[in-house]
Write a protein that binds this ligand. Sequence first.
Ligand code: URC
Length: 286
Amino acid sequence: MSIKLGPNRYGKAETRLVHVVRDGPVHHIKDINVSTSLSGDMESAHLTGDNAAVLPTDTQKNTAYAFARKHGVGQIEEFALLLARHFVGSQPTIHHARVEIQEYAWSRGGPHSFVREGGEVRTCVVHHDRDGGDSVVSGLTDLVVLNSTGSEFHGYIVDEYTTLPPTTDRILATAVTARWRHTGETASYGKSYEQVRQCLLEAFADTHSLSLQQTLYAMGERALGACPEICEIRLAMPNKHHFLVDLSPFGLDNDNEVYFAADRPYGLIEGSVLRGDAPGAGFAWE
Ligand SMILES: O=c1[nH]c(=O)c2[nH]c(=O)[nH]c2[nH]1
């Protein structure tokens, strides 16, 4: 029986990279997902376990982060070509590189505040009861926002399991789920929706945050302040962690510039903000 190795390739899939460029107080971000896949003299790796020809996938990931720091990201096609040419050009055993990049679009919400384009969903749940009348809860999900500075987190409990370092400057990013309860019938649900959404975005951008909890409250408070027709807002905000990449092994500093955007686990901050005189909710949240 004759058996041989067929086509093969290997690499690091979905390296999530956020690059922050600071133009004074105005920041710019590039948010990308990089997948590298290399092929070449990989017979021995597969047949005998000899890894002499293998450039580790971990190295491929590090290279993406280091190149973002050294060269910036720019156009994703150019960044992909830079990486692909580097892998093939620097390693004789690598004959071919495939680099795939997805770039997530963000629009500006402030000098260092960004709103992810697309993906946001408007929601509502209404009840009508023979005895209890109507209730209307409006909302949105997946409103993804990011502040590239203006966020701190320190002063928390430290016990024998705490390893989190305190920070006075971190990325704060979340995907907002908000639901708000109307007190009675609202003249224009469309206008009300736009107003609440705008308040959430502005409060997120404006608040110098000492925690996501504080930001959550500020967002709810802003919406209630501007929209007399609503009496309660419930917010669920995952803390989409961005970890500064340690580039010191490659002789590079990283002054809050290149981040690993982790997808899980994430902190989940939830809370309700309501008027002191809000009427009972009845079945509204059911
Ligand atoms: O804003 C935050 N709130 C927390 O409760 C928390 N916990 C944590 O580890 N990081 C953060 N960040």
